[in-house]
Design a protein around this ligand. Structure first.
Ligand code: GAR
Length: 209
């Protein structure tokens, strides 16, 4: 069934992925509205970007942990996302591991973007991991979030070549170009009701006439 996604975005950084979603909506390529942006980083640029687009945006206190969403932060996030009427949660550069409570509040409606071809290189700075490993191909994965780390069923992947003179920064920049295609694409498939999860596999139905 086709629906207009009501998105809540969680991010910790510059928000270029959130921007790609805003742009896809504006171009009429994605049937969605961003209801709320939350960040665990007070001065993250994603909050400023959201505000510029008139999207409600706020910081949530997630201390003391650096890489986990603690129970208080998680409860607050769930409350705010529910209040804003969100039905789908987008992790767009959110650098904390979300816990089962949030996943249970939005079952199979939490999506993450990861800058690697999973299951290779989960965790942080995956582009650097790929380069250090000597990969000739790197890429990006959009997946449903499960209780593990970067381990949920895969929706969309895009690959990029690793060049001889790549630095971590140039490789990350090339991956990000594909991120900005992959996330709107995955969300469009979700909004068009074309995703069916069968165990680890996400089946993509053909577009409806
Ligand atoms: C993106 O490269 C995203 O894939 C990565 O953080 C960056 C956020 O950029 N996410 C992770 O590494 C999650 N493990 P953005 O703030 O410009 O969207």
């Amino acid at each position: 069934m086709k629906t207009t996604l009501k998105l809540g975005v969680l991010g910790s950084g510059a928000g270029s992925n959130m921007q790609s979603i805003v742009d896809a909506i504006d171009r009429g390529e994605l049937d969605a509205e961003i209801r709320l942006v939350l960040s665990d980083v007070k001065d993250a640029y994603i909050l400023e970007r959201a505000a510029r687009h008139g999207i409600p945006a706020r910081w949530i206190d997630c201390s003391p942990w650096k890489t986990r969403l603690d129970t208080t932060g998680e409860e607050e996030a769930i409350r705010l996302l529910r209040e804003a009427g969100c039905d789908t949660v987008v992790l767009a550069g959110f650098m904390r591991i979300v816990k089962p409570r949030l996943l249970a509040a939005f079952p199979m409606r939490v999506l993450n973007i990861h800058p690697a071809l999973l299951p290779a290189f989960p965790g942080i700075e995956s582009w650097r991991q790929a380069l250090d490993y000597g990969c000739k191909v790197a890429g990006v994965t959009v997946h449903f979030v499960d209780a593990g780390t970067d381990s949920g069923p895969i929706i969309v992947q895009k690959s990029v070549p690793v060049m001889e003179d790549d630095t971590p920064e140039t490789l990350h920049a090339r991956i990000q170009v594909q991120e900005h295609v992959a996330f709107p694409e995955a969300l469009r498939l979700l909004s068009e009701g074309r995703l069916k999860v069968e165990g680890r596999r996400v089946r993509i139905a053909p577009p409806q006439a």
